[in-house]
Each structure stands twice: as structure tokens, then as C-alpha cells.
Design a protein around this ligand. Structure first.
Ligand code: SPV
Ligand code: MG
Length: 314
């Protein structure tokens, strides 16, 4: 692993920025987004990178996190997010939506759309969210999954494009030894980082994994259920990055529920108007000023008014 603390140059590609975040010694943070608007808010909050969460994207589309949205529908969302922002996106690529061949095509399309990296997990297609049915989650054959990692790495055109191998061994109740065995296999296949997932309320098993794993590859974690663990612990243990995986989607859900219920009950907007974003903020986020400026430059200026009675067709 190449370690550098130098910040990436301002002109660095999104892929090289994501690679730097994972490989530098300091802990990095990826914040979930699920559409263009939330991606912009992640960037404006100051985050260096975006987690394009499969759970949040599918929830926002009104479907389950079970590959009910097709991979091209997810790709389209990722493209809106990428176009809307200047920071790198790590796409939650689930199981890769098929075999090694599907993964190759996914990598090709993600690079074309400016997505900086993909994370794929060693479960079976169609996947189930890791917090649903926990221990009953079937795992992919580890060698077959390693082949997907190899195929992804062989396919990428940009050497900085990041492939994160996620093992669900702990989620599936297969224990630390199996998690380490799988991670090592995926490292051998060329993964740039390992994501070790856990559904426990404490960080013991992911910390035990990191202690055994050492510095072989950067390790990414998702502290959704062990949110009580202080972040300094993850930094001291030498984890590479933390993913806050679904919190904007959940925050939006609560805000929308409350607002919808209040407007429904009151049949009036007085109660909510003062506490929701003004339209001026929406227009600012959409870059309305830029369009007005472009119109001044590119649209023909209105000519002097024609004389009354003149035939407008002539
Ligand atoms: C996601 O955000 O979709 C993830 C993380 O994959 S988790 O929901 O914890 O599986
Ligand atoms: Mg997911």
C-alpha cells in the first residue's frame, strides 16, 4: 500500500482523490447520498467523498434493497450524482449484479460516468440487505468472488479507479477466521481495499479483524449498528475510512413524514413554511444563477420592438 500524507493536487481526478483518501494514514469519511440533491449536500457539508448507497438509492426509488432496481437504473442515479458534484463517488455495487462479466461491464460504465470506484460484496444475486435476515445470508463462493475482483481490476482503464472488496463473512456468522481468509483471497485478486461489515452493536469483531489484518490493505467500515463507538477508536486502530451509510436518506424520511403529516392535518402551510428550505435555496443548489448568466451569453438578445401593425411573419 502506498502511503502518502500529501493532499491530492486540486486537479486530481476523482478516482485519484478516492484512492488517496483510502491509502493515506488518516481516517477518511464517506457520506451516503442517493440522488443528485443529496450528493450536492454531502459535498457542501465538507465531505471528501460520497457513498452511493444501494439501500438508500433503492429506498428513494421506492423499492427494496434486493436488486429490485436494475443495475442500469442505479447507474443512472450515480450519473446524476457524479454530474452534480466534484468529489469522488464510491458506488455500492452490491454483488456486481451478476457474474464476473456483469462486473466488467459495470466497471466500464462507471468509469465512463465519472464514478471513482465500486464496492462489491461476497453475497449472492439477488442480494438482501445485511441487516435483514443477518446470519441466514448465503455467501458467494470465495474463489468465484475473487474472480470478479480480478475481472474488475483487469477491466478498469484508469489505474486509479478503486475496487473495494466487501466481505460479509461476519454478517453471515462465519467468524473471524473466515473473514480473514476471504479478505486475503480478495487482496490476492487485486482489491484496492477491504470492507469488513458487521451488524453487531459493538465494534469488537471489526476491531479484532483489523488487529489480525494489520496493514495488508486499507480497511473500510460501516458503523451503522455500532454507532456508539467513538470515532477516535477507529482512527487509532488504523482503519482507512468510515462510511456513514444511510443517514441522509433516514433524515429525509423523518423530515418528509413529519411535514406530510402536518400539512395533511392542518390543510395549511403556515406551520411548516418557516422551518423548511426556502425556494431560493433550492434554486441556488440547482445553479439557477449559472443558467441566467448562460442565457445572457448565448440566447439572442431581444431586438427593438417592432412597429405596431407590422406583420410579425415578414
Ligand atoms: C448500503 O448502504 O447499501 C450498504 C451498507 O450496503 S448496509 O446497508 O449496511 O449493508
Ligand atoms: Mg448496500
Amino acid at each position: 500500500m502506498s502511503v502518502t500524507s500529501d493532499p491530492p493536487s486540486p486537479t486530481a481526478t476523482k478516482a485519484s482523490q478516492l484512492r488517496h483518501l483510502l491509502e493515506r494514514p488518516e481516517l477518511g469519511f464517506l457520506m451516503e447520498a442517493h440522488n443528485g440533491l443529496s450528493a450536492k449536500l454531502v459535498e457542501r457539508a465538507g465531505f471528501e467523498a460520497i457513498w452511493a448507497s444501494g439501500l438508500s438509492i433503492s429506498a428513494a426509488l421506492g423499492v427494496r434493497d434486493s436488486n429490485e432496481a436494475s443495475w442500469t437504473q442505479v447507474l443512472e442515479v450515480a450519473e446524476f450524482m457524479s454530474d452534480a458534484t466534484g468529489i469522488p463517488i464510491l458506488l455500492d455495487g452490491d454483488t456486481g449484479y451478476g457474474n464476473f462479466n456483469a462486473v466488467r461491464r459495470l466497471v466500464r460504465k462507471l468509469e465512463q460516468r465519472g464514478v471513482a470506484g465500486v464496492c462489491i460484496e461476497d453475497k449472492l444475486f439477488p442480494k438482501t440487505n445485511s441487516f435483514v435476515r443477518g446470519g441466514a445470508q448465503p455467501l458467494a463462493d470465495a474463489r468465484e468472488f475473487a474472480g470478479k475482483i480480478q475481472a474488475a481490476k483487469a477491466e478498469q482503464r484508469d489505474a486509479d479507479f478503486v475496487v473495494v472488496a466487501r466481505t460479509e463473512a461476519l454478517i453471515a456468522g462465519r467468524g473471524l477466521a473466515e473473514a480473514l481468509r476471504r479478505a486475503e483471497l480478495y487482496r490476492g485478486a487485486g482489491a484496492d481495499a477491504v470492507l469488513i461489515h458487521s451488524a453487531r452493536a459493538d465494534a469488537d469483531e471489526i476491531r479484532a479483524f483489523k488487529a489480525e489484518w494489520g496493514e495488508r490493505l486499507p480497511v473500510v467500515i460501516v458503523p451503522t449498528t455500532y454507532y456508539r463507538t467513538p470515532t477516535e477508536v477507529f482512527a487509532e486502530d488504523g482503519f482507512a475510512a468510515v462510511i456513514w451509510a444511510n443517514h441522509l436518506m433516514r433524515a429525509a424520511l423523518t423530515a418528509m413524514q413529519t411535514t406530510a403529516a402536518e400539512i395533511f392535518a392542518q390543510q395549511h402551510l403556515r406551520g411548516v413554511e418557516q422551518r423548511i428550505a426556502p425556494l431560493t435555496e433550492v434554486f441556488a443548489l440547482q445553479g439557477q444563477d449559472e443558467l441566467a448568466e448562460a442565457e445572457r451569453r448565448w440566447l439572442p438578445r431581444p431586438t427593438t420592438p417592432r412597429c405596431a401593425g407590422e406583420d410579425p411573419g415578414r
